[in-house]
Design a protein around this ligand. Structure first.
Ligand code: NAG
Ligand code: NAG
Ligand code: NAG
Ligand code: NAG
Length: 728
């Protein structure tokens, strides 16, 4: 027993020491010197007790950032600052945690820019050039530009190999520090010292001893004429001196060039900035250390005259320990997962690029289905195409699907004009737009539209012929039927008309408020309260409580609003007016009988309510409608644009070439509904991946939506705005 005592004491002693000492991992001599200066400065300004308690810094010299992650994991170092792409690897592959993020003077994000010196280069013709990158898997130097090139199809990825393979074939030569293990050819331009002893090898390493490492290294690679293009973040542009700025140009997404000052409009995307990582059990100490260091030596630190945390100039390198552009560190709470730290868009991008190794999911397209009927149609679709796998994933509404796309749980779906606006605000992008015109080009069985004119549909208000006193202006206290929440024809258009003459339109900005004030009750699937009272819910396989925002609710959509107007078979739960789209109204009236909902209805039993108070036959829709509705757009995450486009085109082609198939992509009545997955009026897809959602919607419709959503609360827009690098 006696012999154990000293050992026990020794263990306790060592553990205490360990808890008090912070071992910062450095990757070069200049960084090591800065770290040592920081350690000295701490000792000089803090009372000895405080230093002993949590501010005893020692500096560990490692050969690369990967070496640092290994050492921290093995408890041979404690903390290091990494690019966001490496933070992701540190969390996923090294089981470390992010404890703080760098915040720059313009926020927590970086913009990826492509810098050149040759005025005849553009972003579309990078193939065969020599490229310089800040680091492999780095946000601005690797992931964002590759995501951009893939989404535009300027770079193609066969998926048979990891992406780095296709990248090394794309450029004629590169320096991508950190890439030696992925593809040695990505290192050909690097200039660090080579050695067979790993600790002495700096060639193509993520260390300042590799001259072309980091943002400044990539710019050095460009400046020296070694490379033709450098991928760096916008903060790096600050360091380029005034006299030299004229020599450099940025490559913009639209194929033009711009001066360095235009990086806000001329960039390849935005992503999270750098962060600090440590081991789980070291979080508390590391956080306390960072807060203390910042309090003393940050931009506003009380001892900043002695030492500056975010300045590396005196050590002869840039971005040592932290990025020099850092304004402050944001210390993170304990319970954040990696997608909260780095943002959903960014994490989805990294998965899209195979950051965790390539996965079998790569060739699968996951379609979001919002109802039982859509799920059935989608499964038939999946069976009808043989080549590319389609997986049908269940969502509960278009908004839920947008969230699922951002969470990387599904890939795509077709969205109505209002939801396209929401998805666009959430950072999703168009692939194709539903084309309702007659100009589909049939070439080799491939139907697609090459026109830039995208025909719209119209929204109308419909009443029963027999309800003679119902007209626009006299709807106060009546029962209403609306396609669904945020639907262009059912929600966005009607409130702009003077629905009730008795009432001054006092709040013409929030449609929900207007409908709640004007109507007695109604069915607006996806809403609450009185505007759910007329809804029915669903039964059988599609059983659901009433007012859900999908076809399981019998009164959802264009078909549902018509059912609502007619009333359920018992003659209850009916509306006086229905707001819906015109394009499939006649077919839907006919299908009331064939789907067993109601017999004996014909088009002549209904009339349109015009905005000016008149009533007219259904055939008068061109002059008697509530406004135009831009087409639905199929949207996805940017990195998937080319894949989803390919899938849709192949799928369309396969269906056109197989005359035996029963399956029709743009028909829904066999499932007892209308507009499942796509609007029934669709003739083919028009490629719109070169357009942004704003130009697809048209300036007028876009502004209308912006006005409405500026004063209408929406959970999904709030959800998207929370994302770390939300699109402004
Ligand atoms: C600039 O780029 C063009 C096109 O790649 C090339 O032909 C030309 O030689 C380059 N000029 C210089 C000065 O490198
Ligand atoms: C409606 O507006 C007019 C003019 O703005 C005003 O005179 C009138 O009192 C208002 N009526 C109601 C019921 O608010
Ligand atoms: C209505 O549907 C029933 C049963 O499907 C059918 O027998 C009848 O002919 C249909 N009536 C009309 C007018 O289409
Ligand atoms: C909506 O709000 C934003 C931010 O407040 C503003 O910039 C924009 O002009 C508004 N748009 C409209 C159409 O009111």
């Amino acid at each position: 027993m006696r012999g154990l005592y000293p050992i026990l004491l020794f263990v306790i002693f060592v553990r205490c020491l360990e808890a008090k000492k912070i071992r910062w991992c450095t990757v070069s001599s200049p960084e090591h010197r800065k770290c040592a200066e920081l350690a000295k400065a701490l000792v000089a300004v803090l009372p000895p007790a405080a230093v002993a308690a949590f501010a005893r810094l020692s500096c560990i010299r490692a050969s690369s950032t990967t070496d640092c992650m290994n050492r921290i994991k093995a408890n041979r170092a404690d903390i290091v600052t990494l690019d966001a792409g490496e933070v992701y690897s540190a969390v996923k592959q090294f089981d470390l945690v992010a404890i703080a993020k760098e915040i720059y003077s313009d926020g927590g994000c970086v913009l990826s820019v492509a810098v050149v010196t040759n005025s005849s280069l553009d972003i579309r013709s990078l193939r065969g050039l020599r490229s310089c990158h800040s680091g492999v898997r780095w946000t601005a130097g690797w992931s964002l530009p590759l995501g951009f090139l893939l989404s535009r199809n300027y770079l193609s990825w066969s998926k048979e190999h990891p992406l780095s393979h296709d990248v090394s074939a794309f450029y004629s030569a590169s320096c991508v520090p950190g890439a030696a293990a992925l593809a040695p050819s990505l290192c050909t331009l690097c200039q660090g010292q080579k050695s067979y002893i790993q600790q002495n090898n700096y060639h193509c390493e993520t260390s300042h001893s590799e001259p072309f490492y980091n943002n400044q290294g990539a710019l050095r690679c460009l400046r020296s004429g070694t490379g033709d293009v450098a991928f760096v973040d916008h903060l790096a542009l600050e360091s380029i001196e005034g006299s030299e700025r004229g020599n450099f140009r940025l490559l913009c997404a639209d194929g033009t060039q711009a001066p360095l000052s235009k990086y806000r409009s001329c960039n390849l995307g935005r992503g999270p900035g750098g962060g600090m990582v440590t081991r789980h059990n070291f979080r508390k100490v590391a956080r306390k250390f960072l807060m203390t260091a910042q309090l003393l030596f940050g931009r506003q630190g009380r001892e900043r005259r002695r030492f500056q945390l975010f300045d590396s100039s005196v050590f002869g390198e840039s971005d040592l320990l932290f990025k020099d552009g850092t304004a402050k560190l944001a210390v993170l709470p304990d319970d954040m997962d990696v997608s909260q730290v780095l943002g959903l868009d960014y994490v989805a991008l990294l998965k899209g690029l195979g950051h965790e190794g390539s996965s079998l999911e790569d060739s699968v397209v996951r379609w979001c289905c919002i109802s039982h009927a859509e799920q059935k149609k989608c499964e038939q679709w999946a069976l009808s195409i043989k080549s590319d796998p389609l997986v049908c994933v269940k969502g509960v509404s278009m908004r839920d699907c947008i969230e699922k796309i951002k969470r990387d749980e599904v890939d795509a779906l077709s969205l109505d004009a209002s939801h396209s606006y929401i998805a666009g605000k959430c950072g999703l992008v168009p692939v194709v737009t539903e084309y309702y015109g007659k100009n589909c080009v049939h070439a080799e069985g491939l139907a697609h539209s090459e026109t830039d004119v995208l025909p719209s549909v119209v929204g109308v208000a419909v009443a029963k012929h027999s309800s003679r006193s119902v007209f626009i202006g006299n709807l106060e206290g009546r029962r209403s039927c609306h396609g669904h929440m945020y639907s262009p024809a059912g929600w966005l258009l009607p409130y702009r008309h003077r629905l009730s003459l008795d009432r001054n339109s006092s709040s013409p900005c929030d449609p929900n408020k207007v409908y709640n004030e004007v109507f007695w009750k109604g069915c607006l699937p996806g809403s609450q309260g009185d505007l759910c009272k007329v809804c029915l819910g669903g039964t059988g396989e599609a059983a659901t409580k009433r007012c859900t925002d999908n076809h399981n609710e019998r009164y959802y959509g264009n078909m549902g609003a018509l059912r609502c107007l007619v009333g359920d078979p018992t003659g209850k739960s009916y509306g006086d007016v229905a707001f819906l789209e015109h394009h499939n109204l006649n077919e839907n009236i006919l299908s009331l009988n064939s789907t067993g909902w109601a017999t004996g209805w014909a088009s002549s039993d209904f009339e349109l309510l015009c905005g000016d108070g008149r009533r007219a036959a259904l055939s008068e829709w061109k002059s008697c409608n509530l406004g135009a509705v831009p087409p639905n757009t199929i949207m996805t995450r940017p990195v998937l644009t080319a894949r989803v486009y390919d899938f849709l085109m192949k799928s369309q082609e396969a269906l056109a070439n197989n005359a035996n198939t029963e399956f029709k992509l743009f028909e829904s009545h066999q499932y007892g509904e209308s507009d499942l997955l796509f609007k029934d009026a669709t003739q083919c897809f028009a490629q719109t991946s070169h357009m942004d959602y704003r130009s697809i919607l048209g300036e007028e419709f876009y502004t209308h939506l912006e006005t409405v959503f500026n004063c209408t609360r929406s959970d999904i827009l709030e959800f998207c705005n929370q994302d770390v690098c939300s699109i402004f």
